[in-house]
Write a protein that binds this ligand. Sequence first.
Ligand code: NAP
Length: 493
Amino acid sequence: MARSACDRNDAEIPVKHWLPRFGLDEPNGSDDVAYTSINPYTEQIEQEFANATDAEVEQALASAHAAQLSWRETDHAERSRVLAAIADRLEADREIYAPVLTADMGKTIVEARAEVDNCVRILRWYADHAAAELAPQTRPSANYKGGHYQVVPSPLGIVYIVEPWNFPYYQIARVLAPQLAAGNTVILKHASNVPRAAAAWQQLMLDAGAPEGLFTNLFASHAQSARIIADDRVRGVALTGSEAAGAIIAGQAAAALKKSTMELGGADALIVLEDADVELAAKWAAFGRHRNSGQVCVSSKRMIVVDAVYDRFAAAYRAEVAKLVAGDPLNEQTTFAPLSSAGARTELLEQVDRAVAAGATAETVDIALPEHGWFMAPVILTDIAEDNPAYTEEFFGPVTQLYRVADEQEAVAVANSSPYGLGGSVFTADEQRGLAVGARLDTGMVSINRPSLGGADVPFGGTKRSGYGRELTELGLLEFVNLKVIGLGDING
Ligand code: NAP
């Protein structure tokens, strides 16, 4: 199974050195993608799926294209009705859909239900708001007497989406909902380790009575993926995944002159200032680092703490992490799930070894782990020098980087020294100070006194190597529409 979440380059390695490791010099990538669902707790194969044939890829493109020609003419009321029907079906069948996530990638059932609920909210947000957000706007033009024009957000065509395994439904919903609302259709290539979740979403569309071709899941190889991106019927490409996949897929989209959005990795800083409620900060930091077993793009990955409260924070943080309860993810008392795959754990452990070999100190927080399942005990890394590869890497799992800094100024400098720019947070008693520090962080998102801020009605996206473009809200809606300008006014007047 292709896995690359932790096989990350660092800022010091020139691009020409790291790209070939991910096959960018072979644009068709590998064809060895195997769509297999292996339960991370039982370590047993749940289900294997056959890869798409080339004929199925062509059929999917033809069907999505035909559906879009009709869907683009469908009025907003009907598009909203379909989105609401999908939300209603998902909500009604929550107890069918949630356990699929737990079996596919190991997250706790509590987190799986929360993910289903979040998808329902996203689908409903677009059902309720898209018509107003996409309404044509009339504006004056000073170029000629009585001149004016309309900006009419118009559908584009098929949007091809490539999604990661860490939130298998949410990642679909946050692109599918705006695209359907905008009059586009969607073809999905999901991560190869969550095929049951991908198939479940296809079933959801059927059960909700959505017209055929609005959404098509394809178990595509990387070579087929490249051909889909190049196909003229595909008008936009959205990837959520690693920086490595982003470099490849953005390159393929650029070669075909197609717009893309890239939601990539992150190494979010969580800054604790001397006036913060240190114990509360430690509690939320531990949550922000370990939810979904640390496999979140906007996890709080780097705790940057000013000297005056560092020792107190470190002690409180260790104590909070030690409270995690590892166990069967289907048990509602479990708060710490296994990692998504054996490979992900191996890569993360190797990444910790590399950090230690380069001078870091690793402290394992000793929590009881079940005898089976791909669990990894939480690790806290300190003494990470700037020339340590860990300093610029994303750790996609329960590994905390803890930095001691002199003051606010140094905290901002360390936070901004990451090649990533996804999210970040600032803990302080003074909200205005938090806002001022947040304004200086070179990231797409900042949260004050909380690990991250998310939801159906909050935009999501990053900068630097975390990618470009925005998802959710009207910003996500406008990423793949043609903002068509229609001029009006009498040229003879
Ligand atoms: P990944 O290895 O990049 O995979 C993401 C998706 O890209 C998968 O569907 C994968 O399919 C596909 N892919 C990879 N290489 C490809 C290629 N050459 N051609 C076509 N498809 C390709 O990432 P991951 O390990 O699944 O996910 C973790 C990463 O995603 C982390 O870096 C995390 O921070 C990031 N992430 C970002 C956000 C955000 O919103 N910014 C959200 C969640 C996760 P295969 O499985 O077939 O390789």
